[in-house]
Design a protein around this ligand. Structure first.
Ligand SMILES: O=P(O)(O)OC[C@@]1(O)O[C@H](CO)[C@@H](O)[C@@H]1O
Length: 384
């Protein structure tokens, strides 16, 4: 990664400080409220909430050796004094440890965030999205593609972790005028003339995954993609990150909705069955590392892609590096290392900002103080 100090969380009232001191304790309280864990798990969660210094993973944890390497510089330090990106990732790993997710007891494999994810699938907002899918599927080809891309972009605006610390986020209106919009470049890359292999690195379950699946369906149906690889998380992460279990739930929800939604679920089921859509859940996606450190098997796999679409705020931080970049630094320069043509679809929900035109930046700074973190602004960046 280019030489730039990482963002820490030790500036009071800064965005990362709020995540560690407010969002994480709130999350633990929510998990305790929604899942009837036994006393020993509740105790472990309380311990995590009250922890001042960073502990190692317990002996016997299956990925202890890997975390020993990633955490050597940070164990024993205060949470607020270590890189924000690392601290959040390790917090979620410890939360799974506390709930017994990787253990051998009855709570093994139980997603502590499942009740929140299910509630989103039952929401009236999602029901409305699904009712409107008929218009999108029936639209002229490029209109349908553009609408699906827009939905996949804004589907990222209110992940469940973000909404928990900012409940009004869902109701704030999005600023449709994107901070950067390279979408024309994406359609040039996927011009339909060749057998395109698209990879989509997903972010959140629920409404966002629905929108991602609609985009995948449109890409396949219009011939813009011959095959798609959908990258999901191998385990629960950042509250709402999508796992294979979440994918299956979303497909069931689409089926149950009937109409165009059910048609999409049917086509995707067939495409998974005949190998045109492949589902992957690489361990790297839940590590505290930036994408500069992707393992060689993942580099090789992504390197064969016509386009890699990377979703969301956290993935964006991992793509460019979680640092206080000068916002006019170009996305292309910072992602030159990436092994394939790259598209980032991100609503801004943290301090990192790059690829912003100087005039737009001056306007945003003068008029909209929360533009980097309040989820109302978005970018489509392409590095061909
Ligand atoms: O990656 P996502 O789902 O778009 O966003 C995740 C997020 O809510 O969590 C992180 C801070 O906790 C930030 O990257 C962002 O605010």
């Amino acid at each position: 990664m280019p030489d730039q100090p990482p963002i820490l969380s030790n500036v009071p009232d800064s965005f990362p400080w709020g995540v560690l001191t407010r969002r994480h304790p709130d999350l633990i309280a929510t998990v305790r409220r929604l899942v009837p864990y036994p006393p020993e798990v509740q105790g472990a969660l309380d311990e995590l909430r009250d922890m001042d210094t960073i502990p190692p993973l317990p002996a016997g944890a299956r990925d202890r050796a890997a975390w020993q390497v990633w955490s050597a510089a940070y164990v024993g330090q205060k949470w607020l004094d270590v890189p924000f990106l690392w601290a959040e990732s390790y917090f979620y790993r410890l939360l799974l440890e506390a709930t017994g997710y990787f253990g051998s007891g009855p709570w093994a494999g139980v997603d502590p965030f499942a009740p929140q994810k299910s509630a989103e699938l039952d929401s009236p907002d999602l029901a409305r999205d699904l009712e409107n899918l008929g218009d999108l599927v029936g639209a002229p080809e490029q209109d349908g593609l553009s609408a699906a891309l827009t939905a996949a972009l804004w589907g990222n605006r209110a992940d469940l972790g973000f909404r928990m610390s900012d409940p009004s986020a869902q109701d704030r209106s999005q600023v449709d005028d994107l901070v950067a919009d390279d979408s024309a470049e994406l359609w040039r890359l996927l011009d339909g003339g060749t057998e395109n292999r698209v990879h989509l690195v997903a972010d959140n379950a629920g409404r966002e995954l629905v929108a991602d699946l609609v985009l995948i369906d449109r890409l396949l149906e219009t011939g813009r993609a011959a095959t798609v690889v959908l990258h999901l998380k191998p385990q629960p992460y950042y509250v709402s990150d999508a796992t294979v279990t979440d994918l299956l739930q979303v497909l069931r929800r689409l089926e149950a909705a009937g109409g165009a939604a059910c048609g999409i679920a049917g086509r995707l089921g067939t495409a998974i069955g005949d190998g045109r859509v492949r589902v992957r859940a690489h361990a790297f996606w839940c590590t505290p590392l930036t994408f500069h450190e992707m393992p060689s098997d993942l580099v090789a796999e992504l390197g064969g892609a016509s386009v890699v679409v990377v979703k969301g705020d956290l993935n964006y931080r991992r793509l460019v590096g979680d640092a206080h970049w000068e916002p006019t630094t170009t996305f292309r320069d910072l992602t030159a290392y990436f092994p394939a043509p790259l598209v980032a679809l991100r609503t801004l929900k943290s301090d990192v900002a790059v690829g912003v035109d100087p005039d737009r930046l001056a306007h945003l700074e003068a008029t909209t103080p929360g533009w980097r973190t309040d989820g109302t602004h978005a970018v489509i960046h392409v590095r061909p």
